[in-house]
Design a protein around this ligand. Structure first.
Ligand code: LIP
Length: 273
């Protein structure tokens, strides 16, 4: 299996690096966009072109592989995960950042086989940050192996989390409550505006934990394997096993920190993907 994953990964990596050029053409921000679910949930032609490039390139070489892409789903494709090799794609994760020219957006590409993330690529071409991981082979930033921190206690942890793109009042009550809890019980709070890059910060030991409600499979498929291959844990925010279609994620440097955070935060249960 690992030989096959290596082959799949190398093809994907070449396509991601090439597609990154579509993003860096807009170094000062992409000011042409459409609204999706709200006036803070945006999509640009670059999102669509990147996804087309990746799906077109991968399906040509691996015609039996399946795809779950953010913009394909937005256009009506079903979000169905089977045991087949499935590429789960966020073409521009952090689109709001991309529109503004805030340089924290990335291509997030996860490969899921038998419903387990086995390879991931998170590429921020604006800052030339290439995060990669393959099952059993470690996690890397620009070819240098990375590891999570050793933080076990919330009061010593830098925690990344996001308000998200929904302003649903029930969700916002949870967001406001969790902001208060993280700021008062953690050492610090950060929000990059990209779920994948927040998870990458945990994998490289820059942040110690990340959680979010309302994300989608494409936001977290690559980050899941990246954090685990860096020595961290990825679980459901209430403490059970991670479920990639649940629209809930909590990752952390250590099981102890994950458990304390899961017992501290308010929970929210979005409709599944
Ligand atoms: C973004 C996520 C982020 C979330 C934003 C948005 P997108 O993905 O990565 O974590 O808070 O609301 O969903 O929409 O930029 O691909």
């Amino acid at each position: 299996m690992s030989d096959a994953i290596d082959e799949y990964f190398e093809v994907a990596l070449g396509l991601v690096k090439s597609a990154g050029n579509l993003i860096t053409e807009h170094v000062n921000g992409c000011k042409v966009f459409e609204l999706k679910s709200s006036d803070i949930d945006l999509v640009t032609e670059v999102d669509k072109k990147v996804e087309e490039t990746l799906i077109g390139g991968l399906s040509k070489i691996f015609p039996t592989h399946k795809f779950i892409g953010e913009e394909s789903v937005a256009d009506g494709a079903k979000c169905v995960l089977t045991d087949d090799p499935t590429w789960i794609i966020d073409p521009v994760d952090g689109t709001l950042n991309f529109v503004h020219g805030f340089p924290h957006s990335c291509i997030s590409l996860g490969l899921v086989i038998n419903k387990e993330s086995v390879a991931g690529i998170i590429y921020n071409p604006m800052l030339q940050q290439l995060f990669t991981a393959k099952k059993g082979q470690g996690a890397f930033l620009n070819g240098r192996q990375i590891h999570v921190s050793k933080i076990k206690e919330l009061n010593k942890a830098l925690v990344a989390f996001e308000a998200g793109t929904s302003r649903d009042e029930d969700k916002m009550k949870v967001v406001r409550g969790n902001f208060e809890l993280v700021v008062s019980k953690g050492q610090g709070m950060r929000s990059l505006g990209s779920a994948a890059l927040n998870m990458a910060m945990v994998a490289m030991g820059g942040a110690d934990a990340n959680f979010e409600f309302g994300i989608h499979a494409w936001d977290v498929a690559a980050g899941d394997i990246l954090v685990r291959e860096a020595g961290g844990v990825c679980i459901d925010p209430a403490g059970g096993p991670f479920d990639i279609l649940s629209r809930r994620v909590l990752c952390a440097s250590t099981p102890e920190l994950a458990e304390e955070l899961s017992k501290t935060i308010l929970q929210f249960y979005p409709e599944r993907d």
